[in-house]
Structure formats: structure tokens, C-alpha cells
Design a protein around this ligand. Structure first.
Ligand code: SF4
Length: 208
């Protein structure tokens, strides 16, 4: 256990997630998001995995399970948690953008159905803007400080860029590098879909 206080972690994470669920900082994202993505895993993590936002890869549960098992095996740990730098997945939507008088009401309801089309949401996931990342980043930083894991695994250059700058590191982002910040190992990985056992073992090797 990273900080020896799992119960306190649970309380603090639940309280933070309640704030995330009510967050309306990014107006444009909320139309097509029923609720923000929430972190998952053991609440006393040795390794915290951070993805940029939800993707086709992370929405496939088998990919996540495989990735978690890979990290557990190569880092020789039991407790792994994952979360997203941006919690509301941005989407490009032809239907919504064609309705000029669209109001502020969210249009994705239960079961991923769209109120406008009456069908399953056909929005295309896109990358978040820098402004959206900056709006959501405080939740990630708060979560890192709650868990204080041994290792923070940053998936992709953008995740590393924004997270490391928040800790005052302005170096170029280099995949495979380690930064020790606030007593934690911040390890820079490729994007999750390119991550493999070779890279995982190498990151584990440099983490000591
Ligand atoms: S992306 Fe983050 S900051 Fe923006 S509305 Fe969602 S939870 Fe709030």
C-alpha cells in the first residue's frame, strides 16, 4: 500500500468523483457525454496508469484487463488503478453540429442513445483540446496526490507533457524516461495501444 491509509483514500476518491460527476467546466463536451469516465482498480495502487481519454482501445474491457495484467506481472505488483487525463470524451457529431439552434441540454441519454437521432450515439471520438486538458488536469493531479503510488505510468506524449509540466518539468518528453517527482516515479510510455511487454519491462528496470 502506497500510503498505508486505504480507507482515507476511498473517502477522498469518492468525494472527488462526486465533484467530477457534477463538473461542467467543458460546455462543449457535455452535450454528448452522459457522464464522465471514472477511474477503476485497486484503491491503494502501486501503479497508477493514466490514459489521455477514453478510446476504442480502453473501451474494450479485454484490452484493459490485458494491460493491467501485463503491468502487474512486469512490475511485480498486485494493485493497479487506471484513469483518464480528460474525463469527458470529446466527440465529433454531424447531427449536433447541423442543428444551429441547439440548446445546452445533453443529448446522450441512457444506453448511449441520442435524443436527436433516436438511435445509438454515432459521435466519433476525437482528441481533447489543450483547453479541455487544462480544465480536467486538476482532477488527475488531485488523484495522484491522494493515491501517492510508487509509479505513475503516463501513456502517450501528451499525457506526459501536461502532467510533467504541472510538476515543473519542462524538458522534452522522451518515451522510456523516468522523472522522480514528489517521491513518485513518473514513467513515460507510448500510447496504450502500442505498449508491450518489452517496454513494460524496460520501464520497470529504470524505475529503480
Ligand atoms: S472533461 Fe473534465 S473538466 Fe471538462 S467537464 Fe468533463 S470532468 Fe469537467
Amino acid at each position: 500500500m502506497a500510503n498505508g491509509n486505504r480507507d482515507l483514500n476511498i473517502r477522498r476518491v469518492i468525494e472527488m468523483e462526486e465533484r467530477v460527476a457534477k463538473c461542467k467546466r467543458c460546455d462543449a463536451l457535455l452535450h454528448c457525454v452522459r457522464r464522465p469516465s471514472m477511474g477503476k482498480g485497486e484503491l491503494d495502487p502501486d501503479v497508477l496508469m493514466v490514459f489521455e481519454c477514453e478510446s476504442a482501445f480502453t473501451r474494450d474491457l479485454s484490452n484493459l484487463v490485458e494491460l493491467r495484467n501485463l503491468v502487474k506481472k512486469d512490475f511485480k505488483v498486485e494493485n493497479v488503478y487506471h484513469n483518464y487525463m480528460v474525463r469527458c470524451q470529446p466527440k465529433a457529431c454531424a447531427i449536433r453540429s447541423s442543428i444551429s439552434s441547439f440548446n445546452d441540454t445533453g443529448c446522450v441519454v441512457r444506453d448511449n442513445n441520442c435524443l436527436l437521432s433516436g438511435k445509438t450515439c454515432e459521435g466519433i471520438p476525437v482528441k481533447p483540446s489543450n483547453d479541455e486538458i487544462l480544465a480536467c488536469l486538476p482532477f488527475l493531479l488531485e488523484e495522484i496526490e491522494i493515491f501517492r503510488p510508487h509509479h505513475v505510468l503516463l501513456f502517450g506524449e501528451r499525457v506526459a507533457f501536461f502532467t510533467l509540466r504541472s510538476y515543473g518539468i519542462f524538458d522534452n518528453v522522451v518515451i522510456g524516461e523516468k522523472h522522480i517527482l514528489s517521491g513518485m516515479n513518473f514513467l513515460i510510455a507510448t500510447a496504450e495501444e502500442e505498449f508491450d511487454t518489452n517496454q513494460c519491462q524496460e520501464l520497470h528496470r529504470i524505475s529503480f
